[in-house]
Write a protein that binds this ligand. Structure first.
Ligand code: IMP
Length: 499
């Protein structure tokens, strides 16, 4: 006879935290959200940790190079989507690794003989009023000068005039050399009262621009997740089909950590994939999943996974439970797997971080997942709403939305994520194509989310995530008490709703 689980399959929304004693030491400034990303043994430190327990989902509409840079600035990481050609995924990784915090590859460039009219069109397109003038009009051409909106008065000039007539020519420009580091560039900016500093190589070719405002924002990101060479840490999704070609290309591009992206990961395909990676690239870290119970965890842990992802059917764009009748409530899954993780650690001395993937609707669901034992969470919908996500911004009756589609939708056609051997191919949908309300910049939203997490941790008397897991006290809520939890019996003036 089939096995029936004793407990119900519960979601985050069915739980609340009950406060514990908050001491005067539990201030938001003292609360540290650092968490391990990959497996480590007792007494040792993990080789990769996060400073923000949030990673972005392995999805076309969520994680590209722009998202990866924005999130690494805040201390989290992105797993760049694998449902694309190997070379284009590797190029996204290269873009992240090449990006030097504070150094920007110029995106507004023009030739000296282009007209002011062409300059104005370019400014309108890029929104940047400082433009590099290079011999070929490219970001890596020989630098001839710099032109800003202060160099010409539109109503006093002939728009047919060449840019070279008004630009500050190279012999009057202060430039840095590509070997100068950011703090040297900053000194030059201050010493010469500049707003923009072009960085050139020994041949006079433009390499980067450093902007005063960017340097200041760089200083505002104390949680940046950087490797030993001060480059951003980035992850990538892989599948169990083409890993023998994809993994070498991603490693060559500089990827820091991999994750097998699969809707259901309790499979021999994952075992083979991990074994191949560990055989050929001993030090490469690879996460696996998704699983929803202790048995699945134990299997992938024994296969050598460096972290394990939990969640089937809970994603906002997911219709797996409806189409296939498989999955488990996210909260119940996390609670069971966290217990298995702790037992595994006790038995083997290996701590394998677990990630709660999908189904986060409100910010406090992140806090609940962490309290229940997740080391970090993976989010799709949350990040898809931001300026930095790869999808289009759409105006719908005066309100702005971003597109967000599932990897199992006909739009993404990521059949490898649902691979069950055989010929493969896309057979039916497990995800939908949707819109999510546009929410602005990642940084602003993440800061708010973090304040909420820290505030609840303080209420529970915890200053770090390990302590939080130990001290957290959770209660299941009844359907009627959920109503009590929102604003009720009043007429709300501006109903923004919870986030
Ligand atoms: P969300 O944060 O609730 O939007 O869920 C994101 C997660 O849903 C991803 O990290 C995946 O694990 C999962 N997912 C992505 N695409 C699909 C799909 O098409 N069907 C089912 N699950 C999906």
């Amino acid at each position: 006879m089939a096995k029936f689980f004793k407990e119900e399959s519960r979601t985050f929304n069915e739980y609340l935290l009950v406060p514990g004693l908050s001491t005067k030491k539990n201030t938001p400034e003292n609360i540290d959200l650092t968490t391990p990303l990959v497996k480590y043994s007792k007494g040792k430190k993990p080789s990769l940790s996060l400073k923000l327990p949030m990673v972005s989902a392995i999805m076309q509409s969520v994680s590209d190079n722009n998202m990866a840079i924005a999130l690494a600035k805040e201390g989290g990481i992105s797993f760049i989507f694998g449902s694309q050609a190997i070379e284009s995924q590797a190029e996204m990784i290269r873009k992240v690794k090449r990006y030097k915090a504070g150094f920007v590859v110029s995106d507004s460039n023009i030739k000296p003989d282009s007209s002011l009219e062409e300059l104005l069109t370019l400014i309108e397109k890029t929104g940047h009023s400082t433009v590099a003038v290079t011999d070929n009009g490219l970001s890596n051409g020989k630098l001839k000068g710099l032109i800003t909106s202060r160099d010409y008065r539109i109503n006093k000039v002939d728009l047919k005039d060449p840019v070279s007539k008004y630009m500050t020519p190279i012999n009057k420009l202060i430039c840095a050399n590509v070997k100068d580091d950011l703090s040297r560039c900053n000194d030059i900016i201050w010493d010469h009262k500049l707003n923009t500093l072009p960085v050139i190589d020994d041949k006079g070719n433009l390499v980067y621009m450093v902007f005063r405002k960017d340097y200041e924002s760089h200083k505002e990101n104390p949680n940046e997740l950087l490797d030993d060479d001060k480059r951003f840490i980035v992850g990538a999704g892989i599948n169990t089909r083409d890993y023998k070609e994809r993994v070498p290309a991603l490693i060559e591009a500089g990827v820091d950590v991999l994750c097998i992206d699969s809707s259901e990961g309790f499979t021999e395909y994952q075992k083979d994939t991990i074994a191949w990676i560990k055989k050929h690239y001993k030090n490469m870290k690879v996460g696996a999943g998704n699983i929803v119970d202790a048995e699945g965890f134990k299997y992938l842990a024994d296969c050598g996974a460096d972290f394990i992802k939990i969640g089937i059917g809970g994603g906002s764009i997911c219709i797996t439970r409806e189409t296939k009748g498989i999955g488990r409530g996210q909260a119940t899954s996390v609670i069971e797997v966290a217990k298995a993780r702790d037992e595994y650690y006790k038995k083997t001395g290996y701590y394998i971080p677990i990630c709660s993937d999908g189904g986060i609707v409100y910010d406090h669901h992140i806090t609940l997942a962490l309290a229940m034992g997740a080391d970090f969470v993976m989010l799709g919908r949350y990040f898809a709403r931001f300026e930095e996500s790869p999808s289009s911004l759409i105006n719908f009756n005066g309100s702005y939305y971003k597109e967000y589609w599932g990897e199992g939708s006909t739009r993404a056609r990521n059949w490898q994520r649902y691979d069950l051997g055989g010929k493969g191919g896309f057979k039916f949908e497990e995800g939908v194509d949707s819109y999510v309300p546009y929410a602005g910049k990642l940084k602003d939203n993440v800061l708010t989310t973090v304040s909420k997490i820290k505030s609840t941790m303080a209420n529970c008397g915890a200053n770090n995530l390990k302590e939080f897991r130990k001290k957290a006290r959770l209660t299941v809520v009844s359907a009627t008490s959920i109503v009590e939890g929102g604003a009720h019996d009043v007429v709300v003036k501006h109903n923004k709703g919870a986030e």
